[in-house]
Design a binder for this molecule. Structure first.
Ligand code: KG4
Ligand code: ZN
Length: 340
């Protein structure tokens, strides 16, 4: 069977088509497309929810038409992200997905965005994957995005336990806020990490919040405030200052993320770690996660850059896994989603 998946939880409009082989327990991405709204939001310094929704509304019909023109109408289900995310953006995608599923008289599969960040790890570089077998569990999913920073113990499909999470800002949110504070522009994470490459990561000793809390929880809001106080202490902020601040801040965030990962593997006997979410596109995090893996003897899966940030392939994979596990309506329990 073929499933058409929609992702519109923030400022990316994305579609993916996945084929599922229920006899072989395998799936394969047939086509996918992402339209980023970065250009339209950049002059506002961040995502404007009403504008994001308008752009999804406008862009989706032409993207669907092109997609069906390329791939045909052989579709047996429609999937869409129902949460968590920006509500106006979610509504835009879910509405159009539901209309399509009603018109085509095929089922609608609701998908949790964070599950997408976890399960896209099953895709190989040809866009193929298979239903995980029991021996692959338990593993630790570490989702690090603009809205979430969570360590999730995955004991089986649909069997999740959050063992650590941020108490305030998500790591990506901290990148975005510090970028704004340094007047680097939007999107904050990628710009800040680029500037950081020219700076000295040991120039400023920013705090590593909650590093001694003895649990899996984190805090990034104090770190952002420490950057603010540091900036206020300078009579003038030069380009060189910005580079050192960016590098030292990035180093502090990654130190905390990896410290908490080390805590997690002491607490839980896991087979591997799966990273997911936009911040995993960060070059230094990717390098240091690989080093961490070697040092600790625990395999770490790092998603490709295209699968790190928001996309519809990851939503399609969850829909395929729901079919292969014969789950229906699970994601309707998504926290903070009013869409079901
Ligand atoms: O997963 P994602 O695309 O959307 C959410 O689900 O939130 O993550 C977006 C977040 C943003 O906060 C963005 O600044 C951050 O990921 N991000 C990065 C990088 N690329 C994206 N943070 C640090 N370094 C990057 N290279
Ligand atoms: Zn995301």
């Amino acid at each position: 069977m073929n499933i058409l998946a929609f992702e519109t939880s923030c400022d990316e409009t994305a579609l993916a088509l996945i084929s599922v082989d229920r006899d072989q327990d395998t799936f394969s991405i047939q086509d996918h497309v992402v339209y980023s709204q970065i250009k339209e939001h950049s002059s506002y310094g961040g995502v404007v929810p009403a504008l994001a929704a308008r752009l999804h509304h406008k862009k989706l019909p032409e993207m669907i038409q092109e997609f069906i023109g390329r791939n045909g109408r052989d579709i047996q289900a429609i999937a869409a992200t129902v949460g968590p995310g920006l509500e106006p953006s979610l509504y835009a995608g879910v509405n159009q997905a539901k209309v399509l599923s009603t018109v085509l008289n095929i089922p609608f599969i609701p998908v949790n965005h964070m599950h997408g960040h976890i399960w896209s790890a099953l895709l190989n570089n040809r866009g193929e994957g298979q239903k995980p077998n029991k021996s692959e569990y338990p593993f630790l999913a570490y989702t690090i995005s603009g809205g979430h920073t969570e360590m999730v113990l995955v004991r089986g499909y649909n069997d999740y336990e959050i063992i650590g999470q941020t108490m305030d800002d998500a790591a990506g949110e901290a990148f975005d806020k510090v970028s704004k504070l340094l007047e680097l522009g939007y999107p904050g994470g990628p710009i800040l990490s680029q500037i950081a490459e020219k700076g000295n990561p040991f120039a400023i000793d920013f705090p590593r919040p909650m590093s001694k809390s003895g649990d899996g929880n984190m805090s990034f809001s104090g770190l952002k405030t420490a950057v603010l106080y540091y900036v206020q202490s300078l009579s003038e902020v030069t380009e060189h200052d910005k580079q050192d601040i960016a590098a030292s801040f990035q180093q502090a965030v990654i130190d905390v993320l990896l410290l908490k990962l080390s805590w997690a593997i002491q607490e839980c006997d896991i087979k591997k770690v799966v990273l997911g979410g936009g911040v995993t596109a960060n070059t230094l995090l990717r390098e240091r996660a690989q080093d961490w893996s070697k040092d600790n003897g625990v395999p770490v899966h790092i998603p490709s850059l295209a699968l790190s940030t928001d996309n519809a392939q990851m939503i399609a994979v969850v829909a395929a896994l729901d079919i292969l596990h014969e789950v229906s309506g699970r994601s309707s329990k998504v926290n903070g989603s009013l869409l079901m």
